[in-house]
Design a protein around this ligand. Structure first.
Ligand SMILES: CSC[C@@H](O)[C@H](O)C(=O)COP(=O)(O)O
Length: 352
């Protein structure tokens, strides 16, 4: 993978592999500081995912794949004949880092399959698989960008939620990839980005990425979305996904479901852009998706945290949008209009 392939479309790379280990751009510090930290163990990568230094379903999967390479390097050095048993602990730790984004489990399954066939030093073959996962995600983003931009046609304004850009993926982005492609075609004039709770992912990451690419954007509070839709400025909402069930229900950043309901009320269309690695064929409907709930302290003011406080906080960080509220799902393998179990099944057989 050449650096040029990334810098041609975006200056941002969330994950970089080097002989020292995995360099992770600490997304918690953006946009104020651009700091990479190097992780040289699988446990370190698991912590980087859990603590949200790495964010976004595809990027989490890619980081986990590199984490397995690091785990194999350590296990093989300690025990060349028993490393395959030892690495299971690392894989388990990585799998426990976040529960909702299925790309994590998809990538770990790919690494496990590769481990099964390895004789001798596992690092070169596992690194090749991790790099392929990374490169394939980037290529999928570019393909989705084109397919999604075709559907947006001459649309001048879109609303997006969360961050789905180069930082959240192998580069370029899912929903933000569609937006980048539409912008490059000269059709899109302005992006509206929600600030996105928790941690203001839109305010700190999405609009930063858009600014890096000089794409005009307007930031709004999540609660301003209905009012924006009423104004007619956004014929489309374009979002990513953390897990898509086999019937087309979509788990994505908290607030996506609200946007879907609002969009339907206002006659605004909803596009979900995600690679096929985000489709969980083993999960029949959105009811079976585990929705991560994070620490209430991420929401609640410290002054209200004391033992004499009667205030709690509910902090689910994803929600599930039912398929019937989604107009189209865009993947690198094709698009699914009006998603249903049958329409999704047709996607399954298509080559990536
Ligand atoms: C490109 S992944 C889909 C996103 O919309 C998504 O919800 C996301 O970035 C997840 O964020 P995270 O910060 O990892 O919880």
């Amino acid at each position: 993978m050449s650096d040029h392939s990334f810098s041609a479309v975006s200056n941002v790379q969330a994950l970089k592999w080097s002989d020292r280990g995995l360099d992770v751009l600490d997304q918690r510090l953006l946009p104020g500081e651009l700091v990479y930290q190097t992780f040289d163990t699988a446990a370190g990568v698991a912590e980087a995912i859990a603590s949200m230094r790495v964010r976004g379903a595809p990027a989490i999967g890619i980081a986990a794949a590199y984490g397995v390479v690091l785990g194999a390097r350590g296990c093989f050095a300690r025990d060349p004949s028993g490393w395959k048993r030892a690495i299971e602990d690392d894989i388990r730790r990585l799998a426990e880092s976040r529960p909702t984004a299925v790309n994590l489990f998809w990538a770990l399954d790919r690494m496990r399959e590769a481990i099964a066939g390895i004789e001798g030093d596992p690092v070169p073959p596992l690194l090749a698989v991790a790099r392929k996962i990374h490169e394939d995600d980037f290529a999928a983003n570019l393909a989705m960008g084109e397919l999604g931009a075709d559907i947006l046609g001459g649309c001048k304004g879109v609303l997006t939620h969360c961050n789905t850009g180069a930082l959240a993926t192998g580069g370029y982005g899912t929903a933000l990839g569609v937006i980048r492609s539409a912008w490059r075609r000269g059709t899109l004039e302005r992006v509206y980005a929600t600030e996105t709770r928790p941690w203001s992912q839109g305010a700190r990451l999405t609009v930063w990425e858009l600014n890096e690419d000089r794409i005009p954007a307007t930031l709004l509070a999540d609660s301003a979305a209905a009012w924006l839709m009423k104004s007619g400025a956004v014929p489309w909402v374009v979002v990513g996904a953390d897990r898509i069930a086999a019937n087309g229900d979509v788990a994505n950043k908290i607030g996506t479901y609200s946007l879907a309901v609002l969009a339907r009320h206002h006659g605004v269309k909803l596009m979900v852009a995600a690679p096929t690695s985000t489709v969980d064929w083993a999960t029949a409907t959105g009811r079976d998706i585990v929705v991560e709930e994070r620490d209430p302290r991420e929401l609640l003011h410290p002054a209200l945290l004391g033992s004499d406080s009667v205030i709690g906080a509910w902090n689910p960080v994803f929600d599930v949008t039912p398929a019937e509220l989604i107009d189209v799902i865009v993947t690198e393998a094709g698009t699914v209009a009006n998603p249903s179990p049958d329409a999704m099944a047709a996607l399954r057989g298509k080559p990536r």
